[in-house]
Design a binder for this molecule. Structure first.
Ligand code: 13P
Ligand code: SF4
Length: 368
């Protein structure tokens, strides 16, 4: 069924709203690091020490590029041990990060669940800011670092905690579900969080005939096609997925009727309609592993196809290459700096974190 209502900041005249304001980068600490500065030279020793990692990515990283990456990879992996740190890497990170320095890789749901289990002192979040906040919310005693705090998200910046309070005044008693792609402020105001892996399950878990779902209008529209619960949505969108079009996908299929098209539910409805399968980044990867079709059009952020290609070199991926500019702020040199200088630490007001934790934990604790 179509969504029941669609609201945005203009419907409330909320002065607290500042759409797409880029997060200012904190002043970086350029004091001498408390650990020795590693050498970043390409040497036979570096080549030997990283050879097993190159094996994992050789299908997607040309040999000529490896000597520039390998010294950073070796230095980062050594510093992780020194700092007692783990790296959580989202599926949209580039292959040298995802496969060569990440300790845990996955979609937003998996990274959130793994964050609750981290025993190490430090979490380095290779993803975007809301993901780092989610790790801090779920494991507050850990030092959570993000290599570039400007790694935002167009969905997270489309809504504020004040917007949620105004929505609740407009729709008293209607439960509110927030996609994890939101700030801690927003998570603190809602009843439960969801990811694209579990959105339908979360909406139905509330036992209400109407639910407010924010901030992604397209995920909300997708969920509305899968449930009888009436959905009131927010006008946010992912700046990467909203660029795909149904026409573009029809052109791929005309050129090769055997292609399989798989899409993320943050895509607009005409794109989802053209897809043979729609699911979260983790569900898309599972689908590829199971089906191993010859040629697959991956309708999502471009690096994910590279990461799966590294694992499945025989599948041919057609990649309408939309990159997330926020995910791409995270690079090997910035990860190294993050561990050298212990920057940029993610902090959340403890009162907000406590309220936000209830919403995220309620999601994490939902039984399948
Ligand atoms: P997933 O939860 O599917 O990993 O998606 C996160 C995201 O930001 C997609 O754009
Ligand atoms: Fe946000 Fe879209 Fe980037 Fe995901 S891909 S982090 S939803 S802007």
């Amino acid at each position: 069924m179509p969504i029941t209502g669609l609201f945005g900041p203009e419907d409330f005249g909320n002065p607290a709203h500042s759409p797409n304001a880029p997060a200012p980068r904190r002043a970086l600490n350029h004091k001498a690091p408390s650990v020795p500065m590693p050498s970043l030279e390409w040497t036979p020793d570096v080549e030997r020490a990283t050879a097993h990692l190159y094996e994992k990515v050789k299908a997607v990283i040309p040999p000529v590029e490896w000597p520039f990456m390998a010294p950073y990879i070796k230095a980062i992996n050594e510093l992780k041990r020194e700092r007692n740190a783990v790296i959580l890497a989202h599926n949209y990170q580039t292959p040298e990060i995802f496969h060569c320095v990440g300790d845990v890789g996955g979609d937003s749901l998996k990274l959130a669940i793994e964050a609750t289990k981290v025993k190490a002192d430090v979490i380095v979040q290779c993803g975007v800011h809301f993901m780092a906040e989610t790790s801090k919310i779920l494991n507050p005693s850990k030092t959570v670092l993000i290599p570039d705090s400007r790694a935002g998200c167009s969905l997270a910046s489309s809504i504020t905690g004040e917007d949620v309070r105004l929505l609740r005044e407009r729709f008293p008693g209607v439960p509110v579900v927030a996609y994890v792609n939101t700030s801690a402020d927003v998570k603190a105001e809602v009843d439960i969080c969801c990811t694209s892996s579990n959105a339908v399950q979360v909406v139905e878990s509330l036992g209400s005939d109407t639910v407010i779902m924010l901030p992604d209008q397209y995920l909300a529209k997708y969920v509305a096609t899968k449930t009888k619960v009436k959905i009131i949505a927010w006008k946010g969108a992912c700046e990467v997925h909203e660029r795909f079009t149904g026409d573009e996908l029809r052109a791929y299929r005309e050129a090769d009727p055997s292609v399989q098209i798989i899409a993320h539910p943050e895509c607009p409805p005409d794109v989802v309609k053209e897809a043979d399968f729609t699911g979260s980044t983790a569900h898309m990867i599972d689908w590829v592993r199971k089906n191993q079709s010859k040629r697959i059009v991956m309708v999502t952020e471009c690096s994910m196809a590279d990461n799966v290609q590294a694992e499945l070199p025989n599948v041919e991926f057609v990649k309408p290459c939309n990159l997330c500019p926020h995910m791409k702020r995270i690079t090997l040199p910035k990860i190294l700096d993050s561990l050298l200088y212990m920057q940029e630490e993610v902090t959340i007001d403890p009162m907000i974190a406590d309220k936000a934790r209830r919403s995220v934990e309620r999601m994490v604790n939902l039984k399948n």
